[in-house]
Design a protein around this ligand. Structure first.
Ligand code: PSU
Ligand code: MN
Length: 294
């Protein structure tokens, strides 16, 4: 299958992949475009090359242009593509943003080793009823890429998400933190066993990780900058009502995550979008600093 790779990215080693489900389904326009542009800038400022990945008219692209980013952020009928949807998107000539699972798969095909996102998908709350577990878990278990994220989204069941990552054999490392961050908030009671302090240390770990050939990803958990964080209690106050609303409306499958994120932003307001952008940019910055050592 053909994957288009931009001139700037081709043949380079210090590249950071960026996803676009956050562009098509994670944030409202124009904040979505602003977020991607700021992430690319942060990667560059760290001394690496950003490779924003998405699907344009059925063509898988690594290194989108600004026009393509603007188009994907606005076009009617834009799709959210997870790993299983990639061939459907090519077949149907979709314009689509790629989730963590799809972006990891595409990035790996091009030899990219570092990837920045906001928060990965994971095991959902009420999983015993819904069986909703993100394909991001499966991708981390099968694709050797270093994923820099602010933990997993607070809409998820975080203890179960961590247990499942252990089951799947995916190492979870803290970046300057002893606890697993929860997306909008950096502080939780979920202890991590491994803490790294510098990009250089993480890069050194990554070289060993690759050498061992587990063929699994790594989750590097990087907390949101403290001044932008939203207290977990504020999130928990609204979670049950938002989940009830979702059940009443019959939202399922890949619509779940976009629905929950947008309802939380509706209820808690602008600061949620600002927090989301802040953590995305912070993850891009750290990912760039790690990629520079590769
Ligand atoms: N991080 C964000 N906003 C997002 C996402 C991550 O800050 O919208 C996206 C990612 O692309 C992730 C997806 O892979 O949500 C998870 O969707 P699902 O739960 O349907 O697997
Ligand atoms: Mn799901």
């Amino acid at each position: 299958m053909h994957i288009y790779i931009s001139e700037e990215v081709i043949g380079k080693s210090h590249v950071v992949a960026l996803e676009t489900a956050v562009l098509t389904h994670g944030l409202p326009y124009p904040k979505n475009v602003e977020a991607v542009v700021k992430m690319e800038k942060a990667v560059r400022e760290s001394g690496a090359i950003p490779a924003t990945i998405g699907i344009v008219n059925g063509i898988i692209k690594i290194g989108l242009t600004l026009d393509e980013i603007e188009m994907l952020g606005t076009v009617d009928g834009r799709q959210k593509v997870s790993i299983r949807d990639i061939p459907l998107a090519v077949y149907g000539k979709w314009n689509a943003g790629t989730t963590v699972s799809a972006t990891m798969w595409i990035a790996h095909k091009a030899g990219i080793e570092v990837f920045a996102t906001g928060g990965i998908g994971g095991v959902h709350r009420h999983v015993e009823k819904t069986w909703d577990i993100s394909a991001d878990m499966y991708a981390l278990a099968t694709i050797p890429i270093m994923v820099v994220s602010s933990g997993a989204k607070s809409i998820l069941d975080l203890p179960k998400t961590l247990e499942y990552l252990e089951t799947l054999g995916v190492p979870v490392l803290g970046y300057q933190t002893n606890v697993f961050p929860a997306f909008y908030t950096g502080k939780t009671l979920l202890q991590l066993r491994h803490r790294f302090e510098t990009p250089n240390q993480v890069a050194a770990y990554w070289r060993v990780h690759k050498g061992v050939n587990l063929d699994k990803g790594v989750l590097l958990a990087n907390p949101i900058p403290e001044d932008k964080a939203i207290p977990q209690s504020e999130m928990e106050n609204i979670m049950e009502s938002v989940l009830d609303e979702m059940e009443q409306k019959g939202v399922t499958g890949k619509d779940v995550t976009p629905f929950l994120l947008s309802r939380i932003a509706d209820i808690l307001g602008e600061k949620v979008v600002e927090a989301n952008i802040a953590l995305l940019v912070n993850n891009a910055r750290v990912a760039g600093a790690i990629a520079r050592f590769l």
